[in-house]
Design a protein around this ligand. Structure first.
Ligand code: GLP
Length: 263
């Protein structure tokens, strides 16, 4: 029977589940279904959210569920991964703005329950420490949604020689600035720094859900799932998390060698 989505396994351990979908629509629906199950399964759900083009379809699906009355955001609290620095939340390139446009403005969430790192803080180091303290206070998010950069970055944790734990200020790599330039008028407008949850902050999440689509992500996905765990491929740390689901399309799955469709 033809199916739109197939679970893949590498035959070793079940902490990382991989679902390969025929198309972006299927991927988005499956990802939204997992997030909705977390929201519906708790009285005080906490979501970790992400920006970028990959989760936009997932957010559309969550909005649809909210409109049809099957998903209630009134008790949901959210913490986002990252924000450009320096950039005001009102700036239409900010991740604050992105989240409002792509999700928050369209669902019944209380905006007081929404948290995005403050890219406009006078003391950015302190803002990072405060954000991390919030994550500690809530005991980590119930589920963290992630995209992945072409170079394997998660949040804005760029490839480097160490895994940085807490929320911190990062210097964006040239390749990330180039990749994100499409959202700005000109490349000079792309901020060169950001404030991002660290690898430790992300790993505090009880569950992790990563979405990726397109051939441009195939190399990063193969290295994340099948390569060595190294800060040069930040997402590779996810191999050590206890509950990860990676939902990708066939193009993003193209370079996998060890992961095969489940028998
Ligand atoms: C940005 C974000 C990441 C995101 C990545 C990929 O750098 N900070 O959180 O995962 O871009 O974005 P896209 O989904 O648009 O490919």
């Amino acid at each position: 029977m033809a199916t739109n989505a197939t679970w893949y396994t590498n035959g070793k351990g079940k902490n990382v589940k991989v679902l390969v979908c025929k198309d972006y629509e299927t991927l988005s629906k499956r990802a939204a279904g997992i997030l909705a199950a977390v929201v519906n399964g708790k009285t005080d759900p906490i979501l970790g959210l992400a920006t970028g083009s990959s989760p936009v379809g997932t957010y559309k699906e969550l909005i649809r569920m909210n409109e049809e009355g099957t998903l209630d955001f009134s008790k949901v609290r959210t913490w986002n991964l990252d924000e450009y620095y320096p950039l005001a939340p009102e700036n239409d390139q900010s991740y604050h703005y992105f989240m409002n446009c792509n999700l928050f403005d369209h669902v019944n969430i209380d905006k007081n329950n929404v948290h995005v790192p403050d890219g406009n803080a006078a003391d950015i180091e302190q803002a990072g420490a405060d954000y991390e303290a919030q994550l500690d206070e809530i005991g980590g998010v119930d589920i963290q949604l992630l995209g992945i950069g072409n170079n394997g970055h998660i949040g804005f944790n760029e490839p480097t020689d160490v895994f940085v734990g807490p929320t911190h200020v990062v210097q964006l790599t040239e390749s990330t600035i180039q990749a994100n330039a499409r959202f700005f008028e000109k490349i000079e407008d792309v901020p060169t720094q950001a404030i991002s949850m660290g690898i430790g902050s992300i790993m505090k999440a009880k569950k992790i859900l990563l979405v990726a689509n397109g051939a441009g992500k195939a190399d990063a996905i193969a290295k994340t799932l099948e390569g060595p765990i190294t800060p040069f491929v930040p997402a590779s740390i996810l191999q050590l998390h206890q509950d990860v689901t990676i939902i990708i399309d066939e193009a993003a799955a193209a370079n996998l060698k060890e992961y095969k469709p489940e028998a």
